[in-house]
Design a protein around this ligand. Structure first.
Ligand SMILES: *Cc1c(COP(=O)(O)O)cnc(C)c1O
Length: 426
């Protein structure tokens, strides 16, 4: 078959292909389900764009202060409509997910307030933002305190613990949807809704903010559909569709967005300023493509989970469970295993396929880390990428893929490298 020949030219052996074909054949129904979600979300985005009357004029950029930036204002309307919030802040000046979260938090908190995380430790970078790890400029330095309730050992919410932790100073609850690089399960939107209802039944005026990174468009609902006051994320992950070159978003209640905007720019200025330069068109087009891009990434994650599960490796989520984010963890148990896997992901990339990733002492980590990424946008993890700390249990986390076929090639290449190194015998 012509296709087999093409794979062979790229370095994939017939053995690997055959094994992969058998795995893929069993995933028809899963893939159809993923396509169904993408179809719904595609319509949701188109509907939002039509209702906001998106037009050619909105793709023009502004400079300087950015007064009357129609493209920026309309894009924010599109995000608000697509994610069912009252308002939105979607800006290239939100330079990452961590920054968007920082702006949402610091805009809405005042000295004496307390943040509660009812789902355990938040994402690594937030530790310094909040002041869980001391850092210059943290919220802690401004007299904002933090409390945390862990999930119970079986992954369920500790409702009693949460009830006890909510006090008169609790102003904002931070709920992280994706497990990120932790071992807890990712929360479904339905579970987030259940948690928010419980919290609001105790303290109705508390702000429920969801860190939505890696979760956008994985389900047909978003946390704003189940009571979240704010959702926050990065445009170089899911909602940027691989085209956004930079940016973050906050969608939610109008007063929350307004306070965040006063923090991002300046009190009194808020959303009225902030030039979009030339990036608006990429942000529109990326959002338009995001539902199918996320579907491709999800297929890759499900494919990898099934492939490596069949080979006897630990996978989280497992091959058959439902998905609530695009991250896949695979435990190889040896440094060699995670290194070969990352080499395969790198070798399959459209960009920098010729470089060999190596473990290095990355600042902020307590062990060497290996990273594979051959991305068009630096650090974009909606593009096929993988990373692993070189320490037990020697697990690799991988995510993304702008198309299913690229994700598939990356996974096949990883398997090929593991076979070539004699770690796997097919
Ligand atoms: C990626 C991520 C962040 C931070 O985003 P950056 O853009 O890397 O700063 C925060 N929370 C979660 C759950 C994430 O996955």
């Amino acid at each position: 078959m012509e296709l087999t020949g093409m794979y062979e030219q790229l370095g994939i052996s017939e053995k690997v292909l055959k094994f992969a074909r058998e795995t893929e054949a069993a995933l028809k129904e899963r893939f159809e389900e993923i396509d169904g979600v993408a179809e719904y979300n595609q319509l949701k985005v188109i509907k939002a764009m039509q209702e906001a009357r998106v037009s050619d004029i909105h793709f023009a950029g502004t400079t300087g202060y950015g007064y009357n930036d129609l493209g920026r204002d309309t894009l924010e309307e599109v995000y608000a409509r697509a994610f069912h919030g009252e308002d939105a802040l979607v800006r290239p000046q939100l330079i990452s997910g961590t920054h968007a979260l920082t702006v949402a938090l610091s805009g809405n908190l005042r000295p004496g307030d307390e943040i509660l995380s009812p789902v355990g430790k938040p994402y690594d970078t937030l530790e310094e933002v909040i002041g869980i790890r001391d850092s210059v400029g943290s919220l802690k330095e401004f007299g904002i305190t933090y409390s945390q309730v862990d999930l119970l050992p079986d992954g369920s919410f500790d409702f009693e613990g949460i009830r006890k932790a909510i006090n008169e100073r609790t102003k904002l609850v931070e709920i992280q949807r994706s497990k990120g690089y932790a071992t807890r399960p990712t929360l479904s939107v339905a579970r987030i809704g259940e948690l928010i209802s419980f919290i609001k039944s105790i303290k109705p005026d508390v702000i429920c903010m969801v860190d939505n990174c890696y979760g956008e468009f994985v389900e047909t609902l978003e946390p704003t559909d189940v009571g979240a006051d704010m959702i926050v994320g990065s445009l170089i992950k899911n909602p940027g569709g691989g085209l956004a070159p930079i940016g973050g978003y906050i969608v939610g209640r109008k007063d929350c967005i307004e306070r965040a905007a006063y923090r991002l720019t300046a009190p009194g200025l808020g959303k009225e300023v902030g030039a979009s330069l030339g990036v608006s068109q990429s942000l529109y087009q990326g959002l338009f493509l995001a539902p199918t891009v996320v579907a491709g990434a999800l297929k890759g994650a499900v494919f990898a989970a099934n492939l490596y599960e069949k080979l006897g490796f630990g996978v989280v989520p497992n091959g058959s469970e439902s998905r609530h984010d695009i991250i896949q963890a695979i435990t190889f148990g040896t440094p060699e295993g995670v290194i070969r896997f990352c080499e395969g992901i790198q070798a399959a990339a459209p960009v920098d396929s010729f470089v060999t990733p190596e473990p290095w002492a990355m600042p902020g980590y307590d062990s060497d880390v290996i990273m594979a990424a051959g991305a068009f946008i630096q650090g974009a993890s909606i593009e096929l990428s993988a990373d692993a700390p070189i320490k037990p249990p020697y697990a690799v986390y991988f995510q993304g893929g702008l198309t299913w076929y690229h994700a598939k090639l990356g996974i096949l290449m990883s398997l090929q490298k593991l076979c070539d190194a004699g770690i796997i015998n097919l």
